[in-house]
Design a protein. Sequence first.
Length: 477
Amino acid sequence: MPLQLRSWLALHDPTRRQASHLPSAIGHPPSPSSRISTSSELTPFARPSADAFGSEEGAAVKYKTCSWWHTGVLMIAENISLGILALPQAVSILGLVPGILLILILGIITFYTGYILGQFKNAFPQVVSYADMGLIVAGSWGYWLLWVAQSLILIFIMAAHVLSFSIAMNVLTDHSTCTTMFMIVGMFLCLILGLPRTMKGISLLSISACLSVVIAVMTALIAIAIAKPDMGNVVAITPNVPLLKGLNPVMNIVLAYSGHPGFIVFLAEMKAPRDYPKALAMMSILAITFYAIVGAVIYYFAGPSVGSPALASASPIVRKIAFGFAMPTIIIAGVVNGSVACKFVYVRVGKGTNLIHENNVKSWSIWIGIVAAAWVISWFIAEVIPNFNMLLGFIGALFSSWFCYGIPGGLWLYLNKEKLFATPQKMALAILNTSLILLGAVMCVLGLWASAHDLGRGAAGKVFSCDNNWSLSVVSH
């Protein structure tokens, strides 16, 4: 078919007339015609199509089944989990005012960058991952770079959940057996619960995860407030915080908002993608509010000696109760991240075939194999880096700095590359998004420096150890 005819057909494709189902107050994406005019320069995979999963009429397995609240619950379960346990100590190190301000400011910024991801998905409906975005922006090298990076961040977050499961079991059982055995049990639990192939199936589990983390943290918060171990001994602004000491708490706050790699998959499986901003706002408002309250209140009652994870500041009995309540979120939040990671690989393996929509031995065997491999790798990482805080700081520095700040800023510049100086608003947004790229780079370099320093002094702990990793993971200052 001649190129001109293909271009005319693409331009008049009715599926493109969905146009902008996201409000454009935060910068207009290029018009559909301008986007399609460049599609001939892209590989076939990157050319615009109706959406990532195509028509599902008559399909044995359907993916576009999530309402906006399903998606909101998935986002909450993915975000509000491990990160919150490190926030009270982060506030205590930085001081109450800068700590809470960072929680609020970074929360607002990540809401904005999450919105940018929705704009890009609207402009290029075929994307289902950061790798797809990298292909559109930078070609094959961009695809493979971001495919590896997005897989690694999710695998490392999965590892953090395997590690958290072993910490919780050591607390609940008073270290009744080898920590490696607890990690293996946690890995298998997450593997089994991660077998559903659609996000709607996972979202039903996520409701219990959302309730779990709220109950667990509130249990610890109330108990600490009653005990008042060091009530009122707070500092508004901590003077002369050494750079290395201040970096890890900042990275832990960054990690608390690091759900962006999953947002595109969640959006791709929505029945009505135009409702994505509702789900994003639901998650962001709850996360910012909960993080600020927990960080400030626990610090106020526990004082500068507050531990990390925050449950370390509770009494042994309350700690066990809280970890018992936290078990669903420790497991299911890991399952959500694992499902996103495996979906990237599964969609890639099934590209150009009907594999992902089939319900047969072959499709299930491939899916189960991918899920099993991902969880085995995550278990291995958890064994190699058995320090909870160090693992969180490393993830925040290497990955979250880019996925939540730098890359979305670059995506906005790409969407608006022909209109960067069209209006004062555009110029201001161009400066803002360029600043996000620089912010991501600075976070990455400084955070990795801090993690390397900790690794150099042996803070990671022993690999494949049977030792009680609860005592290793508790950090006081």
